[in-house]
Design a protein around this ligand. Structure first.
Ligand code: PMP
Length: 392
């Protein structure tokens, strides 16, 4: 039976990590894997999380099962950051903890399917796992263009998708810090998107995986809130794996916005049933640590400071790259200064990407995606010089 299985293509980024690890060059640069790195190239545990984890170890008196909804204290503590301090949305929101943002995206798609959605429209390029999840859950994927060659978001394409959507279609959007392009919708564009969702009644699936890594916690979620303020229903997938540095602890949340509060019990019972069939309940540790951070004002302050530092560092790298626009003509580095988050996609061809790796020890995804946080004061000049070399 099992010998019928065909080998799957290996994950391209994991192959890249291996190649980078085996490269003996001291000044090699890893722009592949999507984790935040400090100026020293490290991906440390947040100080606020370390302290929260210590408290958790000291105070936790049981590891008995929770339900499929996970740590509801975590889910509630996160709500004001997602929906705003006063935005109870009339009791129309319910949430649950999920294994990472990935689990939340999976639940969003599966719940949408259970409710009758057959097709999901999504801007491309996108995080590769989006398409894999859509295929695995069994809904059709329809692609529209996310970004224009000038490095801005393609509003006409997304409005075309929403306004052309059928009665069993949903539209999946990145909330902020788009992966892999870094190209986000502007406030005016979000207003038009919110209006289109409201007019058509198309279900929005909103994926927020890098909250706070663009311009700030409030700024980054403003577009999502514009949509939520206008639509009757929405599904929101949220990851704490980047903005709390919890990657391998798998911390996510899934929120459902219903037309009326009375509809939430039926909706959440379906989400719970799907969670049980998929993973039964989410891993506890990371979500509990986030709960400790968000319920303790001094830990919250420390977390916010750490997040501010991360964001400021990435904005400095972006500004440096943007200022080098003339040094590598044709790459539109200037646009990187306007874009957000961990990622940017450079219009490099395959040969240029191979040359960067072989001649300069610079490792990036085959799509031209770079992890901006892989750059720092000590290697950005080298990176720019290498770009100048391969685009000459
Ligand atoms: N959505 C997007 C757009 C992402 O880039 C990622 C992570 N790479 C996720 C969701 C899932 O994040 P997590 O690691 O929390 O599962």
């Amino acid at each position: 039976m099992l010998d019928r299985l065909q080998a799957q293509a290996p994950d391209a980024l994991l192959a890249l990590i291996k190649m980078h690890a085996q490269d003996p060059r001291e000044d090699k640069i890893d722009l592949g894997v999507g984790v935040y790195r400090t100026n020293e190239g490290a991906t440390p545990v947040f100080r606020a999380i370390k302290k929260a984890e210590q408290k958790l170890v000291d105070e936790q008196d049981s590891k008995s099962y929770l339900g499929p909804e996970g740590d509801t204290g975590f889910v509630d503590a996160l709500k004001p950051y997602v929906f705003g301090k006063d935005a109870t949305m009339g009791g129309r929101i319910e949430g649950m903890q999920t294994p990472g943002g990935t689990g939340a995206v999976r639940l969003a798609v599966a719940l949408a399917k259970a409710a009758g959605v057959t097709r999901v429209h999504m801007g491309t390029p996108s995080w590769p796992n989006h398409a894999q999840i859509l295929a695995d859950v069994g809904v059709e994927f329809v692609s529209f263009t996310h970004a224009k060659p000038d490095g801005s978001a393609d509003l006409d394409a997304v409005l075309g998708a929403i306004c052309g959507a059928g009665p069993t279609d949903a539209v999946l959007l990145h909330g902020c810090c788009h992966n892999p392009t870094g190209v986000d919708y502007t406030a005016d564009q979000w207003a038009a998107i919110a209006e289109a969702f409201a007019e058509t009644g198309v279900l929005p699936l909103l994926d927020v995986a890098y909250h706070g890594l663009g311009h700030g916690l409030e700024e980054d979620i403003a577009g999502v809130r514009q949509v939520l303020a206008k639509v009757p229903e929405a599904l929101i997938a949220y990851s704490c794996d980047k903005n709390f540095g919890l990657y391998r602890d798998r911390v996510g949340a899934f929120y459902m916005l219903a037309k009326e509060p009375g509809q939430l019990p039926a909706i959440t019972s379906n989400a719970n049933a799907l969670a049980r069939a998929n993973w039964s309940m989410p891993p506890d540790h990371g979500g509990a640590a986030v709960r400790y951070v968000l319920r303790d004002p001094s830990l919250t302050r420390e977390w916010l400071e750490e997040l501010d530092d991360m964001r400021a560092r990435m904005r400095r790298v972006r500004a440096r790259l943007a200022a080098a626009d003339n040094e590598a003509p044709g790459l539109n580095l200037a646009a990187l200064g306007e874009q957000n988050g961990l990622f940017a996609t450079l219009p490099l061809d395959k040969n240029q990407i191979v040359k960067l790796r072989e001649d300069h020890g610079i490792y990036m995804a085959g799509s031209g995606r770079i992890n901006v946080a892989g750059l720092h004061a000590g290697n950005t000049d080298k990176f720019i010089a290498a770009l100048a070399d391969v685009t000459r």
